[in-house]
Ligand binder design. Structure first.
Ligand SMILES: [Zn+2]
Length: 546
């Protein structure tokens, strides 16, 4: 028998309990055909030597905004500047490459390091007349130049109104100085055009390169479709299909349409039919692009203290956050999408929002039983023991983000206070309740590197070094299972992915060290040597020898 390739001399951890370790893997037609002694009488066109390196099934992030990550990568990175002069020079250089009518977008500056925020006057001098919008590292502030204010209808930065829930920094004469905080960011943001089809292609190409360098072979992207801040255009599925055809899209994608793209289809007067045209729904597609669940938002942010809670935020006796969608409307959407055959993924952070989502799922199953459907709750940030048990009973898959622990853990502790922090971004409790836990980062909200996310799932230390609900710590094995099999399960693809077993897709990652053996405190120092998707190398840092 002749097969495409044998990857040999590796230390594969297959994550398949029936066959946990292997040194060789045979690949044909993009799938695994056997391991070790099963390949004894098999001839391969290619033999690839891993030189003794450890390898795992490819990482799979269950909640990753690939297109938005690309948008962020395309904008000018200001994170490395420690003084204003070089930052302005970088803006000047970038401006030369931006078309005269285009926007110059940057992100990541920190006034604590620079000494001050940039101001419009200084940006005007280097921008060549182009509108400039620079995002603060926190994402909660922007600086705009005069041309940007002009685009938004404020000639010479005059007449800029005050905004509830925001702040406009002004010069002595009352004109906006450039810095816009919180809700005031909307004054300019609304004038920035959304990406066009070509932009989406460029963004997907850039983000794909980063993803495969991170060892990611599959991603689930929430919220596609136009008219939403997290989508791109109304033709998003076309963009992904085109990016597969032209080779720009590397990871396998499960794409979640945004609920904003849903409508009631004509010709179903009695029972109604809620979804996308032609009845396309969850599961449609192939092993490169599949239609995932529909994405719904029920509430806001934990560190922004806007997520809907049963009890007030710590130190804010009047603030329980709020629902983005009232409970009745939320239930109607969930029940109707469920009846039309969709899997539903609802963003719910606060414990009150989580209860409303679970009420809705329960109602949907009462009206139209669909045993085995894997409705999801994205983030599932604050949940007591009873709620964890209820989610398990309803077959709901919670999708918490490991990387949030170091990125936002300090803010979460501050928002919740000591008594509720034990309920925050639970992981071990989910496993104990029998839930199959996926791994994710919400990139670019937090950086998408799965090794850093696994590190956080195991160590649960915030940026300042505080422990965040240490009882929820996972073993390295549990965290790796989440990032491989768990995310495949959340996407309904565990028959295709998540372990290195005969018949499954040949997607794996070669690492510098064995995650199950290194000191847990050093997991984030492990690096990716190569990434293989469908038996083909898509990233190689010198780990593969042909
Ligand atoms: Zn997200």
């Amino acid at each position: 028998m002749r097969i495409d390739a044998i990857y040999t001399n590796g230390r594969f951890r297959t994550m398949d309990p029936a066959r946990p370790a292997a040194t060789s893997i045979g690949v044909h037609g993009g799938r695994i055909v056997g391991v070790d002694e099963e390949l004894a009488n098999v001839y391969a066109h290619r033999t690839v030597d891993l030189n003794g390196a450890p390898a795992l099934p490819g990482f799979h992030d269950a909640h990753y905004h690939l297109s938005m990550t690309g948008r962020r990568l395309q904008s000018l990175d200001l994170g490395s500047f420690s003084s204003m002069g070089p930052l302005l020079e970088a803006v000047r250089e970038r401006a030369k490459k931006v078309p005269p009518d285009g926007w110059l977008l940057g992100a990541g500056y920190d006034q604590n390091i620079l000494g001050s925020h940039p101001v419009a006057d200084a940006l005007d001098r280097v921008a060549g007349g182009r509108p400039v919008l620079l995002q603060h590292v926190s994402g909660h502030m922007h600086v705009a130049n005069t041309a940007a204010f002009e685009r938004a209808g404020y000639h010479r930065r005059e007449g800029v109104p005050d905004v509830d829930g925001g702040y406009v920094v002004r010069d002595d004469d009352g004109r906006a100085q450039g810095l816009l905080q919180e809700k005031a960011m909307g004054l300019i943001q609304e004038a920035v055009p959304g990406p066009g089809l070509d932009d989406v292609q460029r963004n997907l190409a850039a983000a794909s390169e980063q993803a495969v360098a991170y060892g990611l072979t599959s991603l689930t992207e929430p919220g596609l479709g136009g008219g939403q801040t997290i989508g791109n255009t109304a033709a998003d599925f076309h963009s992904y299909q085109a990016a597969v055809e032209n080779g720009a899209l590397k990871p396998r994608m499960t794409l979640m349409p945004s609920i904003g793209a849903f409508h009631y289809l004509e010709g179903f007067p009695d029972q109604g039919w809620f979804g996308l045209d032609l009845g396309i729904r969850t599961g449609f597609g192939d092993d490169r692009i599949r239609v995932g669940p529909v994405k719904i938002f029920s509430d806001g942010s934990l560190i922004g203290k806007s997520a809907a809670m049963h009890q007030c935020y710590h130190g804010e006796p009047d603030n329980k956050g709020f629902l983005q969608l009232d409970a009745v409307a939320l239930m109607r959407i969930i029940v109707d999408a469920h009846k039309a055959g969709w899997t539903i993924a609802t963003h719910a952070i606060g414990d009150e929002a989580i209860d409303h989502v679970m009420d809705s799922v329960e109602q949907a199953q009462r009206e139209a039983p669909r045993p085995g459907v894997r409705h999801r709750i994205e983030h599932f940030a604050v949940a007591n023991a009873e709620q964890v048990k209820r989610a398990a009973g309803l077959g709901i898959v919670p999708v918490p983000q490991g990387r949030f622990i170091s990125a936002f853990g300090d803010g979460m502790i501050e928002a919740l206070g000591a008594e509720r922090v034990e309920h925050c971004y639970r992981m071990k409790s989910l496993l104990k309740a029998g839930i199959e836990l996926p791994g994710s980062t919400d990139s670019p909200v937090a950086d998408g590197n799965p090794l850093h996310s696994i590190h956080d799932m195991v160590n649960r230390l915030t940026h300042s070094g505080q422990e965040l609900a240490p009882d929820e710590r996972l073993s390295a094995r549990q965290a790796v299972r989440a990032y491989t099999y768990g995310s495949a399960y959340a996407a309904g693809e565990e028959h295709n992915k998540g372990t290195l077993s005969a018949g499954k897709l040949a997607d794996f990652v070669v690492l510098s060290d064995d995650l199950l053996e290194v000191d847990p405190a050093t997991i984030r120092d492990v690096t990716v040597g190569a990434t293989v998707i469908g038996g083909q190398s898509v990233y190689d840092d010198g780990a593969l020898r042909t």
